[in-house]
Design a protein around this ligand. Structure first.
Ligand SMILES: NC(=O)c1ccc[n+]([C@@H]2O[C@H](COP(=O)([O-])OP(=O)(O)OC[C@H]3O[C@@H](n4cnc5c(N)ncnc54)[C@H](OP(=O)(O)O)[C@@H]3O)[C@@H](O)[C@H]2O)c1
Length: 297
C-alpha cells in the first residue's frame, strides 16, 4: 500500500483528491490542512511551519506528496504579499525539502496564472510571464519544485465543482441562481475550466504512469466566465437571464488577470489521458446531485 500525503486536503481540490484516491485500495491517505476534519490520518498544520510539517513527515514517511495547499484568491494575494510569500512560496519549499529528505514523489499544483494571457495558446514549453503576485509565487514555486527529479508540476485551468467548497466560481453561481439572485460574470477572461474530480483523476493517472516535469491539465472547452455560467445554467435549467456580463475594466479587481489562457493539452493526451468537454463534466455533477439539491441553497 502506498502512503499519499495531500497538503490542503480540506480545500476544493484536496477533498476531490481524497475522494478519488480513497476509491483505490492501493493507497493509504494522509492529509494536512489548517482546519482538517477530525477523521483519522488528518493533521492540523500550517505548511509555513517547517517544524510541525517535519514531525508529520517523520510519522508518515510518505511515498507520494501532493501540495494543493495555497492562498488561492488573487485579490488577497495581491493585498497580503508577505502572507502569500510565506504560504505559496516558502510553504511549498518546506514540503519540497521534506519530500526530498524522504525520497517521496512530489506533485506541485501550479496554475494557468503563470501566463500573461496575451498569446492565447499555451504549451508546457511556453515562457511563463505572470502578471500578478499569485502567479509570480506559483512560477517561483514551480522553479524550485523542478529542481527535484521526482517532481510533477500540474498547471490546471480554472477548477470548479459542487459539494467540495462554496468559493469556486460554479459553486457561487449555483448558490446565486438557486436563490433567484442576479449575477455578473466577466466576459473578457477566457480559459478552459476543469471539474476538480476530472483534474484529480488525471493527476492520479499521471502519478501512476510515473510522469515527471510540467503538465497542463484542463478541460476541452475554451470559454469566458460569462459563457461558462450560461452553459452551466442552461444544462441545469436555471434561469439564464439572471446572468449578466461585465468587462474586467468594470470590476474593482486589484490583481491583473490573464485574459486569454488556453492550456494546450497535446502532452497530456500523448500520455494517454483524455481531456473532457464541459458537457461531460456537468453530466458527472448531475450523477452526484439531483436537480432538487441544486435548486436548494
Ligand atoms: N481554484 C482554481 O480555479 C485554481 C486554478 C488553478 C490552480 N489552482 C491551484 O490548485 C490548488 C488547489 O486550489 P483549490 O481550488 O482547491 O483551493 P482551496 O479550496 O482554497 O484549497 C486550498 C486549501 O489549502 C488550505 N491552506 C491555505 N493555507 C494553508 C496553510 N498555510 N497551511 C495548510 N493549509 C493551507 C486552505 O485552507 P483554508 O480554506 O482554511 O484557507 C484550503 O483548504 C492551489 O494550489 C491553487 O493555487 C486553483
Amino acid at each position: 500500500m502506498k502512503k499519499i500525503l495531500i497538503c490542503g486536503i480540506g480545500g476544493q481540490l484536496g477533498l476531490s483528491l481524497k475522494n478519488i484516491f480513497s476509491k483505490d485500495n492501493k493507497y493509504q491517505i494522509h492529509g494536512i490542512d489548517l482546519n482538517p476534519d477530525g477523521s483519522s490520518n488528518m493533521h492540523s498544520c500550517d505548511i509555513a511551519n517547517k517544524k510541525d510539517l517535519s514531525n508529520i513527515f517523520k510519522k508518515i514517511s510518505p511515498d507520494i506528496v501532493i501540495n494543493a495547499a495555497a492562498l488561492v484568491n488573487a485579490e488577497i494575494c495581491e493585498e497580503k504579499k508577505d502572507l502569500t510569500y510565506s504560504i505559496n512560496y516558502l510553504g511549498n519549499k518546506n514540503i519540497l525539502e521534506l519530500s526530498k529528505k524522504y525520497s517521496s514523489d512530489f506533485v506541485f499544483i501550479s496554475s494557468y496564472y503563470v501566463f500573461d494571457g496575451t498569446k492565447k495558446e499555451y504549451y508546457e514549453t511556453s515562457t511563463p510571464t505572470p502578471i500578478n503576485y499569485y502567479g509570480i509565487m506559483k512560477l517561483l514555486a514551480e522553479q524550485d519544485s523542478l529542481s527535484y527529479e521526482k517532481t510533477l508540476v500540474i498547471r490546471p485551468g480554472k477548477i470548479f465543482s459542487l459539494g467540495y467548497d462554496l468559493r469556486n466560481f460554479i459553486a457561487r453561481t449555483q448558490q446565486s441562481l438557486a436563490r433567484n439572485e442576479k449575477i455578473k460574470a466577466i466576459n473578457d477572461q477566457f480559459n478552459n475550466p476543469i471539474h476538480a474530480d476530472f483534474l484529480s483523476d488525471s493527476i492520479k493517472q499521471l502519478i501512476e504512469k510515473g510522469e515527471k516535469g510540467i503538465y497542463n491539465v484542463a478541460g476541452k472547452d475554451y470559454v469566458s466566465n460569462f459563457e461558462f455560467a450560461k452553459l452551466f445554467a442552461k444544462h441545469f435549467n436555471f434561469n439564464e437571464s439572471l446572468i449578466d456580463s461585465i468587462k474586467t475594466d468594470e470590476t474593482n479587481q486589484i490583481a491583473q488577470r490573464p485574459k486569454n489562457v488556453e492550456l494546450k493539452l497535446d502532452k497530456l493526451e500523448k500520455a494517454g489521458i483524455k481531456a473532457h468537454s464541459l458537457e461531460k463534466m456537468f453530466e458527472h455533477m448531475e450523477s452526484i446531485f439531483s436537480k432538487n439539491q441544486l435548486f436548494k441553497v
